[in-house]
Design a protein around this ligand. Sequence first.
Ligand code: C2O
Ligand code: CU
Length: 488
Amino acid sequence: MSHLPEKPFTRRQMLTGLGSSLALSVLPHGVMAQTLQPTKQTRPIIMTPQAGKAPLMEKGLPETAVWQFNDQVPGTELRVRQGDWLHARLVNRLKQTTTIHWHGIRIDNKMDGVAHLTQEGVKPGENFEYRFQLPDAGTYWYHPHDKSWEQVARGLYGLLIVEEKNPPKVDRDLAFALDDWWLKADGQLDEASFGNIGEWAHGGRTGNVLSVNGKPNADIFVQAGERLRVRLCSTANARILQLRIQGCEATLIALDGQPLSVPRPVTKDMLLPPGARADLILDMTQNPGSRAVIAETSDLRVPLINFRYHYSEKRQGKAYGDVVALPPNPLAAPSLTPDQKVTLDMTGGAMGGMAKAIYKGKEMPIGELVDKHKMIWALNGVAGMPEKPLFFAKKGQTIEVRMLNNTAFPHVMHFHGHHVLEVKRIRQTRKGRKTIASRDDWRDSVLMDRSEEVTVTLVADNPGKWMLHCHMLEHQAGGMMTWFKVET
Ligand code: C2O
Ligand code: CU
């Protein structure tokens, strides 16, 4: 990560940096966000983005000026049952236009919240009604899709949990939004770095402080023998979180909201790229008095979620059996013989050697792209939204998308309104091209390392105009975006 600019270290990192052992915070933090439980279509949930303050750092340190939904970071945790409707009214109290995008939901296109594609940005002081059905159970989130590189980085996001009709038996179901902030020594956002083209051209704007549901970390008190369902969501703009779980038995049961067909034990560090979700079952298998932790192990190296076993008490009652798969969501299986095959060539960025690209229908050299339009990345030679979609699909067609990362950075390609299945992954190694076994996991975003080639398929069964972009939000803003159209 040598491209990381120098960032002032805050006191918090010194307090909680991982030494030889995992340092545990002594401050108990509440972990549950305010929870609303809408059932059927009743009164709307009011969602108000506005400026405010959030206690991102240790108690006693100054609060951070942020933008937030309903006066909290993360915003109101929404919990709905699968198949129910959600009715939310966006009331814009920002000084700029905004929207709400419901990330990962196979949603009615009009409700997807993408400014300039599915709706116009909602002006300051104005409202917008979002009303849609939730077809899939799982862990999702919401965030603005209008200048998201700034609005998400300032704190506008929240969790959206869609509960199964028969959820698996656990002692507790906990959801955590993990975020990455760039704070100055005074605890305030480094605003000068917003829009910094150097960051856009490299790995995106990564920060120096992590948060768990808007706090430096979370302390969860457990008993030996407990089983927890832990939902993790990365709301970071650009950092790929690397998570290590110790002191309990972890089993992965869902990714990006969609159940794994076979749950997998977590045996090594797990990557959680921007926007991704992972649902875990954690079995507290150690003795009373033990500790367990979910820690970040990329360059920041901090404990995020601390589980403290009660010193003597054990969970009473029948022991849990093996972790079983969640019921699958109603996703259509792609055909083995795709109706269309398209290629997505990703270029640009620092050390990418891109000489020119088309922007708003006009070809221009890289200097002009960068200096005049802040465009630094391109998909199929086009920087920013192309006039024509990547593909038109008839409803129900299987589309194969072959994505080539011809850049010097990893990217996380996010599909709107659909989930995709990876069918092929080829990695460039010193010994040449190597095919990596693909998992049959449904994802709404696909992490691709530099020089990797990944082929995915999807069933284009949701009519409308859908975005496809890098979820490293500075890469999206810097040109890495396109769209596709599904006809009715
Ligand atoms: Cu989470 Cu297009 O976004
Ligand atoms: Cu990217």
